[in-house]
Design a protein around this ligand. Structure first.
Ligand SMILES: NC(=O)c1ccc[n+]([C@@H]2O[C@H](COP(=O)([O-])OP(=O)(O)OC[C@H]3O[C@@H](n4cnc5c(N)ncnc54)[C@H](OP(=O)(O)O)[C@@H]3O)[C@@H](O)[C@H]2O)c1
Length: 280
């Protein structure tokens, strides 16, 4: 199957559908199964893996490290630094620690997990230093609202940001009002986190169920197809269940019709005004 891709602002082509890892690495007895799912995901083309130093206190990065062992070059690897660690020296030190847990000498993308106490100029300078040293290929941010992005772009080298990872699914569409158009106008893809709404209320949506029935698919697959619909969004559903993983990989082939999208819009309304960025 030909999986969708998106372009980063510098022209690098990356997979549009990846794998999240939040809550992986929390329980030692589950680590081998989580690793196996991540490996199968890579085989199925979900080769973008999103992790963070925060997840299970480094435990998720260790699981990812085990999963990518021997196949590092097949993977587009994303990790994140917590804002309280994002001083100029802190970013470099915490990146080294992530690399060690991941068993690699470079990240494809390193994100600031959310806006924090250090001036952006410090964090950006450290990201650029890591990039020059070959420790990271790209850097970006997460949970940045439009005003935060404006501030970033006014920071020296801030326009080198590759992406912004934000909460985005049919019940959390606030970014469509301003952040998404802002990003599009700068050729910057957005990375949608929790595209399944963490498998809560969203997957019980009658609209998603009706669309799913027409496609002989599941509501989760419709949520994933929806997140990928504009060709400029990266989606990172998390699964530690092989059946779910297979389902999620197949969702990339689903093309939603105008009627499908209209039905989803009626039940999960697009924003009519600015709301502040929702985050988990
Ligand atoms: N930057 C940030 O601040 C931030 C915040 C949140 C998340 N993230 C990233 O985004 C990733 C995804 O978000 P998320 O983990 O919050 O939520 P999500 O991907 O929306 O949902 C994950 C939940 O959905 C279940 N699931 C997966 N596939 C399914 C399917 N086909 N059918 C039914 N249930 C399914 C999973 O259970 P099973 O494992 O049992 O399949 C899990 O309980 C995270 O793992 C993390 O990497 C980033």
């Amino acid at each position: 199957m030909n999986l969708p891709t998106v372009l980063l602002p510098d022209g690098t082509r990356i997979p549009a559908l990846g794998q999240g890892t939040w809550h992986m690495g929390e329980t030692a007895s589950r680590a081998a199964a989580e690793e196996a799912v991540l490996r199968e995901g890579i085989e199925r083309g979900l080769s973008l893996i999103d992790t963070a130093e925060m997840y299970a206190d480094g435990g998720a990065e260790r699981v990812v490290g085990a999963a990518i062992k021997g196949q590092r070059e097949r993977v587009f690897l994303v990790s994140k630094v917590m804002p309280q660690n994002a001083s100029s020296a802190g970013v470099v030190r915490h990146c080294e620690a992530s690399l060690k847990r991941l068993g690699t000498d470079y990240l494809d993308l390193y994100l600031l997990h959310w806006p924090g106490p250090y001036p952006l100029a410090q964090t950006v300078a450290a990201f650029e230093q890591l990039r020059a040293a070959g420790k990271i290929r790209h850097w970006g941010v997460s949970n940045f609202d439009t005003a935060d992005m404006e501030e970033l772009f006014a920071t020296p080298q801030g326009t080198n940001c590759a992406t912004n990872q934000v909460l985005y699914h049919p019940d959390e569409r606030g970014i469509e009002f301003d952040l998404l158009p802002w990003s599009r106008s700068r050729n910057m893809p957005v990375m949608a986190y929790s595209p399944l709404g963490q498998a809560g209320r969203l997957l019980r949506s009658p609209a998603l169920k009706a669309v799913a029935q027409r496609h002989a698919a599941s509501p989760a697959q419709i949520a994933i197809a929806w997140s990928l619909r504009d060709g400029n969004t990266i989606s990172i559903p998390k699964s530690a269940n092989p059946e779910h993983l297979r389902e999620n990989a197949q969702a990339a082939a689903i093309r939603l019709s105008e009627a499908d999208l209209a039905e989803i819009d009626r039940a999960h309304k697009p924003p009519a005004h600015k709301t502040s960025l929702a985050m988990l």
